[in-house]
Design a protein around this ligand. Structure first.
Ligand code: ATP
Length: 251
């Protein structure tokens, strides 16, 4: 379970007016075990910055993050052990094969060779990676790189999974496979959070949705609650009303 409490993050302005950019402003939500929580918002809304604070890459200026009840600022190493993260930059090692990329992360987590082999087998099957598992990742397609990065992020069997725009740039079949994989993680009782700027993506998968715009949470709840909150018949209309634009409706 991941809890975000009153997170705020600003960046120094680089333009003429030197005005600080408020990337995330008082963001709070709860992502529960056995549920998929979607962070939905248009480009520049603050999704990536929020996720970076959740996985300890950035320190919030105010507020705190709890992973399985523990403040990540108090013990970042323990928090990282409980988290599997697909960051916005996938960055797989191109001289290594997909299997070696996964194994390398397993070694960093202190797993035995036997455990690494078994986790690799399970993840490669779930993510349908068998065809390219033993190929060097240089030249991999975007989908193959994303799958390798996800498998690598989950090699230590974390209870909590954070994915930054996991289906970005993937074709329909790969997206369908990835959706099935995320549902499997949910069925295993894990806490899954992913970000997206595409409403259909979030609607297809999420138990709870946190709508974020201009660094703030403008609404959160189940798809039904969001529709009721916005007084809309369908989620698409609700989203347009909540963020005040049609951005993100058409992938
Ligand atoms: N390192 C940084 N320095 C300056 N501004 C930043 C930095 N990181 C993010 N920002 C700004 O903070 C705001 C939120 O950015 P963020 O990347 O969190 O949005 P996002 O919702 O993930 O967008 P996208 O869907 O386009 O990836 C944007 O205005 C962005 O320009």
């Amino acid at each position: 379970m991941i809890v975000a409490e009153h997170l705020r993050k600003t960046f120094p302005g680089k333009g003429k007016d030197k005005q600080r950019v408020i990337a995330v402003d008082d963001v709070s939500f709860e992502a529960r075990d056995g549920e998929i929580t979607g962070l939905l918002g248009p480009n520049g809304a603050g999704k990536t910055t929020t996720l970076r604070m959740l996985y300890t890459l950035m320190r919030p200026e105010t507020g705190r993050v709890l992973v399985d009840g523990r403040d990540v600022a108090a013990d970042a190493v323990a928090a990282r052990r409980a988290l599997g993260v697909l960051p916005d930059a996938r960055g797989v090692y191109k001289r290594l094969t997909a299997r070696e990329n996964i194994a390398y992360f397993g070694e960093l987590h202190g797993l035995s060779p036997g455990d690494i082999a078994e986790r690799t087998r399970v993840l490669a099957e779930a993510l349908q990676m068998e065809d390219f598992l033993d190929r060097q990742t240089e030249g991999f397609s975007q989908g193959q790189r994303t799958k390798t990065a996800i498998a690598r992020a989950l090699v230590h069997d974390p209870r909590n999974v954070i994915l930054d725009e996991p289906t970005n740039g993937l074709d329909v079949m790969t997206t369908r496979g990835l959706r099935a994989f995320l549902k499997q993680l949910r069925a295993e009782g894990r806490c899954v959070i992913f970000s997206s700027h595409i409403m259909q993506e979030v609607a297809a998968l999420c138990d709870r949705i946190v709508v974020i715009a201009h660094g703030r949470v403008v609404a959160q709840g189940t798809p039904g609650e969001l529709r009721a909150h916005a007084g809309a018949d369908n989620l698409e209309d609700a989203f347009v009303k909540l963020i005040g634009s049609e951005e993100g409706l058409h992938a």
